[in-house]
Design a protein around this ligand. Structure first.
Ligand code: SDX
Length: 380
């Protein structure tokens, strides 16, 4: 008989799983992937190496890393019929909807019913990690009326994504920075999109369906959509001297400051600290970033007004500023988040199906009992 637990809105504080993939200490601002601090990985690792660590609980040796990198590189292309599907989608739609539609369709070409088969697990993971950037870049090009750009095998994961967006080989500094952003966004314990994917995974649905569930959840402005909302907010503020009145008015209207606050972190998100440093690095390299100074002032005033409630800048506060400086369209920010978090979603999928239990929580019923059916002619 399941132990009945106290109800907690949004399951705040309620453990939904046992996991060894990542760990967060919200009081000290610590984030570890498989026990390795995020600062170490951001400094020394690559997105594909970090993905391997998340999936297999250890850093790969050179042979393993070369093999994994080669497998992902070889599987970047998407079928013409997926491109045709993307071509049919409305230009003014949200890129996350295009991504979700195409990922669900992917699963129709690569049946993955036997989710416990290690071969199915490996190749589904490889295909999703490899093809999501291609889908995102394809929608970006096709919705503007440009031709899709095919992946280049000689470019790394982040560099190839930027190449497929622009058809030009990216500045190595920008490619490296985007790769670091992917590392920072790859995994974060029981966040809403990971939990959503796990609920789907617990029914033994295939991994493409699991990831399309998670994509849908990540889209929301309170979760992955916050980076775009933050940049929209910064552009709405417009200038440094508007910051304080804007924030005061927004908070007085009980509207959240986008890019601020977190269910777990009660200090500045360690990822925001690293992202801010990357943005400063771009400025130092004389990349134009008109929003950065504005963001710094918003953070200063936001801290002044909200730090007392344990509300600080989170991962989405500077990520949008950085992506905008790199030349990414605002409505693509969440897709970049999804291309990274797919590694965390897959790591939790693999961990969970080894010892699966269908998610089916209980509820506290507040409704009536024993009401009679009233024929329509006798209803008030
Ligand atoms: C991500 O979970 C994860 O790990 C997510 C993520 C990941 O890596 O997967 O870290 C990525 O989604 C980061 C969060 C991005 N979202 C935003 O930046 C949107 C703005 N943030 C808020 O919506 C909010 O902080 C949440 C949703 C992130 C967390 O909210 P909670 O834990 O549900 O807390 P709450 O909304 O109940 O707020 C508690 C109090 C409230 O005040 P009271 O009504 O009790 O007086 O804090 C206030 C809130 O009003 N508050 C804020 C605020 N966030 C919380 N007030 C102003 N601005 C904010 N941003």
């Amino acid at each position: 008989e399941a132990v009945r637990r106290e109800f907690s809105p949004g399951l705040a504080g309620v453990p939904a799983a046992r996991s060894s993939i990542s760990f967060v200490n919200g009081e000290t601002g610590l984030l570890e992937y498989r026990g390795i601090r995020i600062e170490e990985l951001a400094e020394h690792s690559s997105f594909l190496e970090t993905t391997y660590l998340l999936l297999y609980d250890r850093l790969p040796d050179q042979t393993e890393l070369d093999r994994f990198t080669s497998d992902v590189t070889q599987h970047r292309r998407i079928k013409y019929r997926i491109t045709d599907l993307i071509k049919c989608l409305p230009e003014q739609g949200h890129p996350m909807d295009a991504l979700q539609a195409a990922v669900a369709a992917l699963g129709m070409f690569y049946p993955a019913r036997h989710v416990l088969d290690p071969q199915v697990q490996y190749w589904s993971a490889v295909r999703l990690i490899a093809k999501m950037p291609t889908i995102v870049a394809a929608y970006h090009r096709l919705r503007r009326g440009d031709e899709q750009v095919q992946p280049r095998d000689d470019l790394d994961h982040a560099g190839n994504f930027l190449y497929m967006l622009t058809e030009t080989v990216p500045d190595p500094l920008i490619a490296k920075m985007l790769d670091t952003c992917l590392i920072l966004h790859a995994e974060h314990t029981m966040n809403a999109s990971t939990f959503s994917g796990m609920v789907t995974a617990s029914t033994l649905a295939d991994p493409y369906t699991v990831v399309s569930s998670a994509i849908g959840t990540l889209k929301g402005p309170l979760h992955g959509g916050a980076a775009q909302e933050t940049v929209d907010m910064l552009e709405e503020i417009g200038s440094v001297d508007h910051v304080r009145p804007y924030i005061m008015q927004r908070l007085a209207a009980k509207q959240k400051l986008m890019g601020f606050g977190h269910r777990i972190y009660k200090v500045k998100d360690p990822r925001a600290i690293i992202l801010q440093k990357l943005a400063q690095r771009l400025l130092a390299e004389s990349w134009r970033s008109p929003l950065y100074k504005l963001a710094e002032e918003v953070e200063r005033v936001g801290e002044e007004l909200l730090a007392g409630k344990g509300i600080h800048a989170n991962v989405d506060f500077y990520s949008g500023v950085l992506y905008k400086t790199m030349g990414l369209d605002e409505d693509f920010f969440t897709c970049v988040f999804a291309m990274a978090r797919v590694s965390g979603w897959l790591a939790h999928w693999l961990e969970q199906i080894k010892d699966n239990k269908l998610f089916r929580p209980d509820q506290i019923y507040d409704g009536p009992h024993g009401r009679g059916y009233v024929p329509i002619e006798r209803r008030p």
